[in-house]
Design a protein around this ligand. Structure first.
Ligand code: 5GP
Length: 197
C-alpha cells in the first residue's frame, strides 16, 4: 500500500474531534478524504451507511478480521467493533487523496506505527472529564449507561496523549480549528493562505 498522507485525529468521544475533522474536510487545498470506518455498533440518529460508517453485522465484521482485511480494528466497547478496512485507504489513495481518520486512540497509534513517515497523529484534548460528560449529555443520542462507558474510557485515553505527534487543546473551538488547519496544511505541504481572504 502506498500513496498520500494519513492524518489521524484521536480523542475521547465528546472532545470535538469530529467537528475538527469536518472543518478540515471543507478546506480544498488540503486535498483530504474521510476514511469511512466499519463498525458493528447500531446506527445513531441520521447516520448513513457508507457515509458515516459501513455498518456491519458482528458476524460480517469477524469475517473481515479472519480474512485480514483490516489495517487496524478494535473492540472499542463490548461487542462494538470498529475498524479501518485496507480497501478504504487503498481506494482513497488511488483517487490521489490524503486520508483523514476519526478513530480511537489505539487504532490511531497502530496506523502511525504501520506508516510512521506518512502519518500525522493528532490527539484532541478536552478541557476536562467533567466537560466531556456535559458535552455527551447535551448530544443526548445515547443512554446514561453508554455515556458512562464512554466517560470511563476517556480517562484511559487521556493517558495516551503523549504518544501522539501533537496535542491540540480544545478549550476554545475556533482556536482549535485554526491550529488543526495550520498543522495539517504544513504536514501535507499545502498553502493555507489560498483560502483566506
Ligand atoms: P462512535 O460510536 O462515537 O461513532 O465512535 C466510538 C469510538 O470509536 C470513537 O472514539 C471513534 O473515534 C472510534 N472509531 C471510529 N472508527 C474507528 C476505527 O476504524 N478504528 C478504531 N480503532 N476506532 C474507531
Amino acid at each position: 500500500m502506498k500513496g498520500g498522507k494519513l492524518i489521524i485525529f484521536s480523542a475521547p468521544s465528546g472532545s470535538g474531534k469530529t467537528t475538527i475533522v469536518k472543518h478540515l474536510l471543507k478546506q480544498p487545498e488540503l486535498n483530504l478524504a474521510f476514511s469511512v470506518s466499519a463498525t458493528s455498533r447500531a446506527r445513531r440518529g441520521k447516520e448513513k451507511d457508507g457515509e458515516h460508517y459501513y455498518f456491519l453485522h458482528v458476524s460480517e465484521f469477524k469475517k473481515h478480521i479472519k480474512n485480514d482485511n483490516f489495517l487496524e480494528w478494535e473492540e472499542v466497547y463490548r461487542d462494538n467493533f470498529y475498524g479501518t478496512l485496507k480497501s478504504e485507504v487503498e481506494r482513497l489513495w488511488a483517487e490521489g487523496k490524503n486520508v483523514i481518520f476519526d478513530i480511537d486512540v489505539v487504532g490511531g497509534l497502530r496506523i502511525k506505527k504501520k506508516f510512521p513517515k506518512e502519518t500525522l497523529a493528532v490527539f484532541v484534548k478536552p478541557p476536562s472529564v467533567d466537560e466531556l460528560k456535559i458535552r455527551l449529555k447535551k448530544r443526548s443520542t445515547e443512554s446514561d449507561d453508554k455515556i458512562n462507558m464512554r466517560i470511563a474510557k476517556a480517562s484511559v485515553e487521556l493517558a495516551t496523549a503523549p504518544q501522539f505527534d501533537i496535542i491540540i487543546n480544545n478549550y476554545d473551538l475556533e482556536t482549535a480549528l485554526n491550529e488543526a488547519h495550520t498543522l495539517v496544511a504544513d504536514f501535507v505541504g499545502a498553502d493555507k493562505s489560498i483560502n483566506e481572504e
